[in-house]
Design a protein around this ligand. Structure first.
Ligand SMILES: Cc1cc2nc3c(=O)[nH]c(=O)nc-3n(C[C@H](O)[C@H](O)[C@H](O)COP(=O)(O)OP(=O)(O)OC[C@H]3O[C@@H](n4cnc5c(N)ncnc54)[C@H](O)[C@@H]3O)c2cc1C
Length: 403
């Protein structure tokens, strides 16, 4: 590379989505800078399991396989889940998904965020055409037909044909590009912890819908479960203030003791929940990916899966454009990415929003309808399988690396 500040692509944000995009493009003859405000934490397989875990779809696993990161994940630790039980606290309705009935070995995988990032960055370190910059923070962005200019805090200036913002839901780069979002705060927070339960998790994901929000138990490799308890602000405060014994008792009750008593817990952390969707995904020489473009309720564990599909789709669009001698920052090239992913993401956003509204209330008539609906969907196999195949990333308009 002639000039250390001239790149084909600058990716802002080295979380799961930004790092996956860099990995997918690392062998495509492109000079790429990946920058983050912080270096990923070191991963130690003997350390406590990261409190941020993701339910990854089969499509996401395929994307990680395609970019060479899955081997390191599999060699460390993850838990597959083969079944999923979802039920309503306000009635008899329930739904059961089983990978065997779909002819698949598993429905998905529970993987730590820290491990994901570690496995992805390991693929990038030492690559001659990849520049990793951290700590680095964008301060100003100029987009013109000739190119993009990104000014970093501290005075460094980066030039690129294309800037991709993958810096999360609060994306500062999206704001620098002047892209607005539609936001709906859910008025909920997700309280997260790892707990030990009396009964084994049986490589199954469990989710009980309470009127205040869903409580999910996701299987971990060491036999514990990762809890994601979404609830209103007031209850989240109360839960966070409980001591360990009080939290275990409250969780036993919230889960209707489905896995017996909750016996012990790690510390708890809480994440605010919001629905967010960018009004545009692209500008000339600029694109959004992952949570910077859309944030969804964690009730179906879809957030990072959608973002990884963005990364794979954008890599495919960029690779195709180069093969045809096109300018990768041209709006007409990027428009294909926007049309592709906006449609797919909106379908999921509306479905998740509908679920959230249907379940997070205690209107008796609605409880009857949704319980009847759950029972009907559970019995009507084609519809049930269509739902779960979509969530697993086995249907929809998938990028080649996710198929
Ligand atoms: C409680 C909870 C549970 C969830 N469970 C699941 C699940 O089971 N399955 C699932 O698919 N999704 C889940 N999600 C959603 C998931 O966390 C997000 O979709 C995912 O983290 C988005 O990845 P990302 O790379 O787009 O953004 P992020 O993970 O937010 O990464 C953004 C990166 O950008 C960096 N950055 C931020 N600002 C700047 C800046 N100005 N300059 C440079 N770098 C910057 C950050 O340091 C970070 O490394 C859950 C979310 C929550 C809150």
């Amino acid at each position: 590379m002639a000039n250390p500040s001239n790149f084909d692509i600058v990716i802002v944000g080295g979380g799961a989505v930004g790092a996956t995009l860099a990995c997918a493009l690392k062998d495509k003859n492109l000079d790429i800078a990946l920058l983050d405000t912080r270096e990923p934490e070191l991963y130690d397989v003997n350390a406590e399991v990261d409190l941020r875990v993701f339910a990854l779809s089969l499509a996401s696993r395929r994307i990680f396989e395609a970019v060479g990161a899955w081997e390191a994940i599999a060699a460390a630790r993850f838990s597959p889940y083969r079944e999923m039980h979802v039920w309503d606290a306000e009635g008899e309705g329930s739904i059961h998904f089983d990978s065997a009935a779909l002819g698949e070995p598993e429905l998905g995988y529970i993987v730590e965020n820290r491990l994901l990032q570690h496995a992805l960055w390991a693929q990038l370190k030492g690559q001659p055409r990849i520049t990793l910059l951290h700590p680095a923070q964008a301060e100003a962005l100029t987009l013109t037909d000739e190119g993009a200019v990104l000014d970093l805090k501290g005075g460094r200036r980066l030039k690129a044909k294309l800037v991709v913002a993958a810096d999360g839901a609060a994306s500062a780069t999206r704001a620098l590009a002047g892209i607005e979002t539609e936001d709906t705060p859910y008025g909920q927070r997700a309280v997260v912890a790892h707990v030990r339960t009396e009964l084994p998790h049986a490589t199954t994901a469990w989710q009980r819908f309470l009127p205040t929000g869903p409580v999910a138990f996701l299987p971990l490799a060491d036999g514990r479960v990762s809890v994601v308890w979404s609830t209103d602000e007031a209850q989240a405060e109360r839960i966070l203030a409980l001591d360990d014994a009080g939290f275990c008792a409250a969780l036993t009750e919230a889960s209707a003791a489905r896995l017996g008593r909750v016996q012990s817990t790690t510390k708890r952390v809480a994440f605010p929940l919001q629905r967010l969707h960018a009004k545009e995904y692209i500008r000339p020489r600029f694109a959004l990916a992952g949570d910077a473009a859309h944030a969804v309720h964690p009730l179906a564990g879809q957030g990072v899966n959608l973002g990884l599909l963005d990364a794979a789709a954008l890599a495919e669009v960029i690779t195709d454009a180069r093969a045809r001698g096109r300018d990768i920052g041209d709006k007409s090239v990027l428009r294909r990415y926007e049309r592709w992913r906006k449609g797919e993401n909106l379908t999921m956003i509306f479905a998740l929003d509908g679920f959230k509204r249907l379940f997070s209330n205690d209107i008796a008539a609605l409880a009857m309808v949704r319980n009847a609906g759950l029972r009907a969907v559970d019995r009507f196999t084609p519809l049930k399988h269509a739902f779960v195949r979509r969530a697993m990333g086995l249907s929809g308009d998938l990028p080649a690396s996710a198929r």
